[in-house]
Design a protein around this ligand. Structure first.
Ligand SMILES: [Zn+2]
Ligand SMILES: [Zn+2]
Length: 381
């Protein structure tokens, strides 16, 4: 079997339009994904059902589960090479989106996912690189009936005063963000409604604010104490649990674990190394973890204070092998990459850093470099 680190190389070439492909089902959930590749099947041999990605769409068995990386860049500045951080979990034909960075909605469509299948949106924290495209989902669906409503889960208010003079008051949580975004676009909605072609975008989302259980002892001053995961959602397809993670001044910031009948996946969100990730990810089939390469940043001549900040709020790639090994996960995928610009750190440079990290920690499972539109089928141990 070839090395999945070398071989899992998704294509960024757009697929032909559905109408151009013979036999394309109109009721598709997973299309042909814009994902190539022999490499994916090599990885599928390890953690998934071989051939899922190459099945003809009308034959695609949507009773399974797979993760699709919609965007893999870390941080707010836009890049040509990677879209902002966002991932999708497809389970039993329903789609859950985790974080909505720049281009999340466009990539959702590019991946061949159907908005009518959108069952939930989960936001790990409220930094702009994770939220900027969130309201696009209801806003740009409000004239089409693309979905009637979806569940949204995200951090509740931090209980902290705003540091933005032009936006005073307490900083909003996900419910406030939603209502304020809806208000900001009231002109558009009003004009569409006046011609009877639109709905209220806010009516398309059912927002759930998440705050850690009081017993965890999490607070602004202690944002991520050692704690046990708590349940956010449980239905016939998924059980979603969350845990607080340390991410600088951010409170609350969550990692999410999705357990399905087909396998389990954990999304770290943005975090510095923490025992809480080890707890949440214990025994999972796949861990999608953020990564920065501090040595590369140091080589760029960044000011020491900025380097110290990056070290304090993110996870260096050298730590990922240890985290994967201690979590006893089956495979790890590095996403939310910093730097995400291949002109600064090439994909091969990232893969070497991941190999070195795995080797150092004696982690024998795959450590993949996340690529936009990469699809990873899940299969239980
Ligand atoms: Zn981020
Ligand atoms: Zn962040």
């Amino acid at each position: 079997m070839c090395d999945p680190l070398e071989a899992a190389t998704p294509s960024r070439q757009p697929e032909p339009a559905a109408a151009d492909r013979p036999g394309m089902s109109r009721r598709r959930v997973l299309g042909t994904m814009g994902v190539a590749s022999a490499g994916l099947f090599a990885f599928a041999d390890l953690v998934g059902r071989p051939g899922l990605a190459q099945a003809a769409p009308q034959d695609t068995d949507t009773s399974g589960a797979s993760v699709i990386l919609l965007g893999t860049n870390g941080g707010p500045p836009p890049l040509a090479a990677r879209y902002g951080i966002s991932s999708a979990l497809v389970v039993n034909g329903k789609v859950y989106v985790i974080d909505c960075g720049r281009g999340a909605l466009s990539q959702f469509v590019q991946a061949g996912l159907a908005l009518t299948s959108l069952a939930g949106i989960f936001l790990t924290h409220l930094h702009s690189d994770h939220t900027v495209d969130y309201f696009s989902f209801p806003l740009l669906s409000a004239t089409t009936g693309a979905f009637t409503s979806t569940e949204v889960y995200g951090p509740g208010p931090a209980g902290e005063p705003s540091l933005v003079p032009s936006a005073p008051g307490p900083v909003p949580g996900i419910a406030g963000l939603t209502s304020l975004a809806n208000q900001a676009f009231a002109a558009s909605t009003t004009f569409f409604k006046a011609e009877n072609v639109g709905k209220d975008p806010a009516s398309l989302v059912n927002v759930h604010e998440i705050l850690p259980p009081a017993s965890a002892g999490a607070a602004l001053a202690t944002p991520a104490p050692v704690m046990t995961p708590f349940t956010v959602l449980e239905n016939s397809d998924v059980k979603v649990t969350a845990i607080c993670v340390p991410h600088g001044a951010v409170y609350p910031a969550y990692a999410y674990r999705f357990d399905t009948d087909h396998g389990s996946v954990v999304f770290s969100g943005d975090t510095s190394p923490t025992p809480n990730i080890i707890t949440l990810a214990q025994g999972a089939d796949l861990l999608v973890h953020e990564a920065v390469d501090l040595a590369v940043y140091a080589g760029l001549g960044l000011p020491p204070a900025l380097l110290a900040h990056l070290q304090a709020v993110h996870t260096d790639v050298t730590q990922l092998g240890r985290i994967a090994a201690e979590s006893r996960v089956r495979a790890l995928v590095a996403s939310h990459l910093g730097p995400g610009d291949p002109a600064i750190l090439s994909n091969e440079g990232w893969r070497k850093a991941l190999r070195d990290s795995a080797k150092q920690a004696h982690f024998g499972g795959p450590m993949l470099l996340g690529m936009d539109l990469m699809q990873i089928p899940l299969r239980r141990h």
